[in-house]
Design a protein around this ligand. Structure first.
Ligand SMILES: [Fe+2]
Ligand SMILES: [Fe+2]
Length: 323
């Protein structure tokens, strides 16, 4: 069953009020996409390069880790709603991360309201079997442009060229979140699907916006392929809470594979003018981008650098961030 959900259309002149929540807490289930970047890039090149479809590229499973976070939204009345953001890459590794963070029990007990798939990339999606083994009927919100291969993957397909198979078909609802506006999800929580072509031949990424009462806007991303400035500018132009940027969490896709370009450095510098008070950048936020943020005195949230994460300048595996 696939539903297509139309967004609310708001014009820049009349920003939308998405309500408010009391707080949010993000637990980093895993932020390590893969272990060895040169090896991953060499396999991508051998499979046809960044323009090729990921579904036909053979990557080593033992180099795969994955991106996945648990978002807990505390409503104004104290009620808690849990959302899983992304499913990681290597299903065996993700099962271990679920055990280590207690997400396994939450999934088994039906205590996670839905899986929010930020985008179709392998390091966020190919670990889906680890989720489905525990919660085969969990509702899944996917970006509107998810390819048919992505739907087939959920339904339990094998991709021999990529060397992957999902043996646990999804049995719950799938919702395509269409681009062009705002999707209110809970009081204080909304998503927006950004429609753009992304490397490895996928389409679109959806991000979360949260209005935390008495604090302001928190932006939550998977990889932020639309660009972090586009993400924040969208909120500024379309959301009431966008006038008060407070926090940022997730992958910012800045120097993800190593060296930072001049344009990426400019983006990091431009981020400073929004006045964020808490920046928890991890996953595809590269070491050079983090180093420049530190140099510019940005309010970076530190991590413990354990369970596979390297470095303490960002929230890593098993760490939690409160906004
Ligand atoms: Fe990623
Ligand atoms: Fe990505």
């Amino acid at each position: 069953m696939i539903e297509e959900r139309q967004p609310l259309i708001v014009s820049a002149g009349s920003p939308a009020d998405i309500g408010a929540c009391r707080s949010i807490r993000l637990t980093v289930v895993s932020e390590v996409g893969w272990w060895d970047t040169p090896r991953m890039l060499a396999q991508m090149t051998a499979g046809g390069g960044p323009e090729a479809s990921q579904w036909g590229i053979g990557f080593d499973a033992d180099n795969a880790a994955g991106s996945c976070s648990l978002l807990e939204v505390e409503a104004l009345d104290g009620n808690l709603t849990r959302i899983l953001i992304d499913a990681g890459w290597n299903a065996g590794y993700m099962s271990e991360r679920f055990r280590a963070t207690g997400v396994d029990r939450l999934l088994e007990n039906g205590d996670i309201a839905f899986l929010f798939l930020s985008h179709e990339h392998l390091d966020h999606f190919w670990g889906i079997e680890a989720v489905l083994k525990l919660a085969p009927e969990i509702p899944i919100l996917v970006p509107g442009g998810l390819r048919q291969e992505g739907i087939d993957w959920l339904r339990g397909r094998e991709f021999p060229q990529a060397g992957i198979a999902n043996h646990t078909p999804h049995r719950g609802p799938v919702v395509r979140m269409l681009p062009g506006g705002i999707h209110p999800l809970l009081p204080g929580l909304a998503s927006v699907t950004f429609d753009l072509p992304i490397l490895l031949d996928i389409r679109g990424e959806q991000s979360l916006y949260v209005h935390v009462a008495e604090k302001g806007l928190v932006c939550v991303t998977g990889c932020c392929h639309q660009g972090v400035l586009a993400l924040v500018d969208y909120a500024r132009d379309h959301l009431e809470t966008g006038k008060r940027p407070y926090g940022l969490y997730g992958g910012l896709h800045l120097s993800p594979f190593g060296p930072m370009t001049d344009t990426q450095a400019e983006t990091v510098r431009a981020l400073g003018r929004y006045g964020f008070q808490k920046i928890a950048a991890n996953h595809c936020t590269g070491a050079e981008a983090l180093a420049l943020m530190r140099e510019l005195d940005y309010p970076l949230v530190a991590g413990t650098g354990r369970s596979g994460s390297v470095g303490t300048d960002h929230p890593g595996n098993g760490d939690a961030v409160l906004f």
